[in-house]
Write a protein that binds this ligand. Structure first.
Ligand code: PNS
Length: 171
């Protein structure tokens, strides 16, 4: 390895809906931030799957509070193709977390498509086993049906969720 490649700071993008961020997301962020030079947590503004429950502003607020202790991490958002955003940011790598085998099936084709479009590889981190069943959609369902999700989301996220639930109850 040349001294030039050794001194290069790797810029990574961790994309997602983060609707809301979970402890599983934060675990991936912390581990990626420890291994890579610079990490951009990139919130997708127009997710393909469904309308988000939390506004972009709420998701930004939650994530910024969660990553406040990580100096090489910042929160951004993007519209459209991830591959275009990755190129625009001059990123070296995309980071994704893998919880279970079914995640891999989806993520493999996505990673190959993103590499074809941007020439940027996807680096996968295995989720910690204790978060393998934790997803944003399950957390939302449990929480809004009155369940306790305090062990699955960071404190700033629980605060925003509680405010949201109170506001929704008033409607
Ligand atoms: O947290 P999620 O919902 O699993 O994140 C999915 C995300 C945002 C990574 C994915 O939907 C995405 O990359 N969206 C941007 C649109 C895009 O590039 N689609 C083509 C993927 S090959």
């Amino acid at each position: 390895m040349s001294s030039e490649s050794r001194s290069r700071v790797t810029r990574a993008i961790y994309p997602g809906s983060f609707d809301p961020p979970t402890n599983g997301h934060l675990d991936v962020i912390e581990r990626a931030a420890g291994a890579l030079g610079e990490l951009i947590v990139a919130i997708v503004v127009n997710p393909q799957k469904r309308d988000p429950m939390f506004t972009l502003r709420e998701r930004e607020k939650m994530l910024k509070e969660c990553i406040a202790h990580l100096p090489n991490v910042r929160v951004e958002h993007f519209r459209g193709l991830l591959a275009d955003y990755v190129k625009a940011q001059d990123a070296d790598v995309i980071v994704k977390g893998l919880r279970v085998v079914s995640d891999f099936e989806i993520e493999m084709s996505t990673a190959l498509m993103n590499r074809s479009l941007s020439n940027v590889d996807t680096l996968f981190l295995m989720s910690d086993a204790k978060y393998s069943f934790v997803s944003s959609s399950l957390v939302k369902e449990v929480f809004f049906l009155g369940g306790d999700v305090s062990m699955f989301v960071p404190h700033p996220v629980l605060d925003v969720m509680t405010t949201k639930r109170t506001a929704l109850k008033r409607l």
